[in-house]
Design a protein around this ligand. Sequence first.
Ligand code: NAD
Length: 262
Amino acid sequence: MSSADFLKNMFGLDGLTAVVIGGTGTLGGSFCDALAGAGAHVVVVGRNDEHGNDRVRVIKDRGGSAEYFPCDATSRDGLESLVSHLRSTGRDANVLINGAGVNSPTPFLDISEEEWDRILNVNLRGVRLACQVVGKYMLERETKGSIINIASVSAGPPLSRVFTYSLSKAAVLSLTQNLAREWATKGIRVNALSPGFFPAEQNKKVLTPDRVENIMRHTPMARFGSPEELAGGILLLASPTAGSFLTGHNLLIDGGFTAMTI
Ligand SMILES: NC(=O)c1ccc[n+]([C@@H]2O[C@H](COP(=O)([O-])OP(=O)(O)OC[C@H]3O[C@@H](n4cnc5c(N)ncnc54)[C@H](O)[C@@H]3O)[C@@H](O)[C@H]2O)c1
């Protein structure tokens, strides 16, 4: 077997459909590119039509297959419409990525009810809803599926200034393990991917100069990640071959951030 065939067998996603919620964002966009590059049809899901349509155009220009489906990650009706759309086009949901997320740099005592609800609504409730609605569809179709929930290094030992966000991501890790346990014998693998620090839309207010300095001091590689550096991890977790015995895992891609203290 040639090395190209070996890699295609190991990581290729030809004929599979990947649903990327938050595919409109910085990291989500790179997940879409990686999945389409490996041969999947990508459904870019989000609430920013311009970014969604741009992502589809980029993928198609490179010879890949993609479509945009507008949907708010916190809307059960919206997610049900997404599943109806998949059903009507005869597509399974072989891969589901929950990558929508919001953040806010608020100190603990200043957290308002509005902010608490807004962050937990997208980062946690949205993940639970998509796992329920799209996961149910996977079960119904007996799909050998892979769910990838995007958590964060902030789910671990506390980071300053992102209190609600960190809690939401810790809960996503727990949800991931619980669901992995629940669906392990039903053919659906459920894993988390936890990025370290990647400049993006949702964290631009958080990345003040003093914070960037702190992050660099605590990242052994002493740099930010680039979104495409998450591609290998996504393909490992998504692939029914390379990732076949992986479930309940939290894959950290963080330049060593969680591997050191001081
Ligand atoms: N950038 C980082 O350093 C980093 C680190 C760890 C984890 N993450 C996580 O990675 C994921 C992607 O974030 P990003 O950094 O690319 O940020 P981003 O702001 O570029 O992307 C987030 C996307 O989520 C979408 N979104 C927000 N609320 C939504 C909703 N209700 N319905 C549908 N879409 C919604 C936004 O429109 C945006 O397209 C998030 O879960 C984030 O928490 C990012």
